[in-house]
Design a protein. Structure first.
Lengths: 117, 113
């Protein structure tokens, strides 16, 4: 397995501001993902973070709203831009360890709980 | 498109009782199936997974799941529930077409002492 940390663990933000969430992994990974878990709901994939290139976004998510960076194999950031109360969610990163395929086990970080006022 | 259904939103069981959480998937071929658990304030932890082979798979914390192709199901079971099992449980399916993991809506488990 891997140890995955996310910063911040939680935050309360004002409408119209932006927040950048960091995800750090202690071992080499093949793939990194960002998910959103809205209150009382399941996880929805936002995007796949690609090292050194633009992330691959799922339907309904756009780069202007959720810019993602992945400068190396073990670190990624997700920015939630121009926030509104509807963005209040838990944001989780997940990884597939090095040597794994797309269908292998995803390991999840502890999540970032975001509240937008 | 692939989908995952967890029919039970909430389940309450007494400590020591047996547990079965239901999961049904929709996909034409054999899927890769997962069960995750999310404890309050924590991320998701993998309980078990099915890729191929034996249809009964064993996981951590005494959990097991059985893949039934004819019923498109992958139900999670535990013979004797502990109070610490209270959490939310998610079934997920990976299918090559979408190349992503699709989660069910989750089942919230409450354990009565």
């Amino acid at each position: 397995s891997a140890v995955i940390s996310q910063k911040p663990s939680r935050d309360i933000c004002q409408r119209g501001t932006s927040l950048t969430i960091q995800c750090q992994v202690d071992s080499q990974v093949t793939m990194m993902f960002w998910y959103r878990q809205q209150p009382g709901q399941s996880l929805t994939l936002i995007a796949t973070a690609n090292q050194g290139s633009e992330a691959t976004y799922e339907s309904g998510f756009v780069i202007d709203k959720f810019p993602i960076s992945r400068p190396n194999l073990t670190f990624s950031t997700l920015t939630v831009s121009n926030m509104s109360p509807e963005d209040s969610s838990i944001y989780l990163c997940s990884v597939i360890l090095a040597g794994g395929s797309a269908f292998d086990t995803q390991y999840f970080g502890p999540g970032t709980r975001l509240t937008v006022l | 498109a692939q989908s995952v259904t967890q029919p039970d939103i909430h389940i309450t069981v007494s400590e020591g009782a047996s547990l079965e959480l239901r999961c049904n998937y929709s996909y034409g071929a054999t899927p890769y199936l997962f069960w995750y658990v999310q404890s309050p304030g924590q991320g998701l932890q993998l309980l078990l997974k099915y890729f191929s082979g034996d249809t009964l798979v064993q996981g951590i914390k005494g959990f097991e799941a059985e893949f039934k192709r004819s019923q498109s199901s992958f139900n999670l079971r535990k013979p004797s529930v502990h109070w610490s099992d209270a959490a939310e449980y998610f079934c997920a399916v990976f299918t090559g077409g979408g190349n992503k993991l699709t989660f069910g809506t989750g089942t919230q488990l409450k354990v009565e002492l």
